[in-house]
Design a protein around this ligand. Structure first.
Ligand SMILES: *Cc1c(COP(=O)(O)O)cnc(C)c1O
Length: 346
């Protein structure tokens, strides 16, 4: 009973989703679920979000998109944006998954599979707005749109969206990206109709830069209560997960807890503050399966120590821990291994 737990708060996830939606309206929320819902567990995140009325999910690859379909049922929309094999395209078409398309070659394969299966594919064409990470280049955009429209007329394709991804590192670069994006949307509009789903921004830009939002915003981190590294706290947003370890031994003013680097806790985090029944204490060392915390009055074997969470016991957030080692809060969560049990707390 000394395995660590990632304790999940459905109430916090629901409240975060509500706060994000209120902030970005009328832009619609697409909840991003990559990396097993940022380490929280896909099924829990999808069930909780469906309960809150979330209608769009962003699942990275087709395999996880199909897992979302299994949990969420037939009504929600699921967007998978990684270029995939023909076999997986077939699965996606049968499960009515929306596909992100960043190359003409992938567009042609999707059209061919839709034709072979006698169905039509829902696609979101991706324009490269400067990140050079998969995306149709502006000089190829017109011909891609012409091919997509032809397939649409033939009944094999529905252009459901236009999208891109921005760096969110500098406002000036993001502004340039938006100009390229809007130009791509204009070209699609001139070819007939404008698709309903126009999406460019993730958490930070959706929250802070309303002028960049499209009709939809793809948001992961803020919904899970993970603020940006070196960014401010966010109104109405709190961590949806706390990492709990149990005291297994006490000696010489030191409490040993049952968590270590094998659980995915970076050993470079020694020196951080954690939450204990006696308030904030220093995490003095991190071993393979155990770590050491400075003790507190009345400490007992079986006490719970909160490694990160919402601060209720003096602990830091995942992002504050991440900042100590120059990474982002998502990384602290997604590194946790399967040794850490995911437990729904409320
Ligand atoms: C991860 C990701 C997002 C969500 O980013 P957050 O900063 O976690 O909101 C959105 N779009 C794409 C393409 C992504 O890879």
């Amino acid at each position: 009973m000394t395995r660590p737990e990632l304790r999940l708060s459905s109430g916090a996830l629901r409240a975060n989703v509500e706060a994000v939606r209120a902030r970005i309206a009328p832009s619609a929320l697409m909840l991003v679920l990559k990396d097993d819902a940022y380490g929280h567990g896909l099924s829990w995140a999808v069930e909780t979000a469906v309960d809150s009325g979330v209608e769009w999910f962003g699942s990275y690859d087709i395999r996880s998109a199909i897992a979302v379909r299994r949990v969420a049922g037939g009504d929600v929309r699921i967007f998978a944006w990684v270029t995939s094999t023909d076999g997986e395209i077939d699965d996606a078409l049968l499960q009515r998954i929306d596909l992100g398309v960043g190359t003409i070659e992938y567009l042609r394969r999707i059209i061919a599979r839709a034709e072979a299966l006698g169905t039509s594919a829902r696609v979101h064409l991706k324009i490269d707005t400067g990140l050079h990470r998969n995306g149709i280049l502006p000089e190829d955009w017109v011909s891609a749109v012409i091919e997509a429209r032809q397939a649409e007329r033939a009944g094999h394709l529905d252009i459901e969206g236009v999208w891109s991804h921005i760096a969110e590192a500098s406002d000036a670069d993001d502004d340039v990206a938006q100009t390229v994006f809007l130009d791509a949307v204009r070209v699609v509009g001139e070819s007939g109709t404008t698709p309903a789903a126009l999406h460019l921004t993730a958490s930070a830009a959706s929250w802070w830069r309303p002028e960049l939002r499209g009709t939809m915003s793809r948001i992961g981190a803020f919904c899970y209560g993970v603020r940006s590294a070196d960014g401010p706290e966010l109104e109405g947003i709190r961590p949806a997960a706390s990492l709990i370890a149990t005291v297994t031994d006490i000696a010489d003013n030191e409490a040993t807890i049952g968590i270590g680097s094998f659980d995915g806790l970076p050993s470079s985090l020694s020196g951080a503050g954690v939450g204990t029944p006696g308030g904030k204490r220093e995490l003095t060392s991190i071993g393979h399966t155990t770590s050491v915390v400075r003790s507190w009055p009345g400490a007992r074997i079986g006490d719970e120590v909160v490694v990160f969470g919402d601060g209720a016991h003096g602990e830091e957030s995942a992002t504050t821990l991440a900042e100590r080692i120059d990474t982002v809060g998502e990384e602290i969560l997604t590194r946790l291994t399967s040794r850490v049990r995911r437990v729904v707390a409320d």
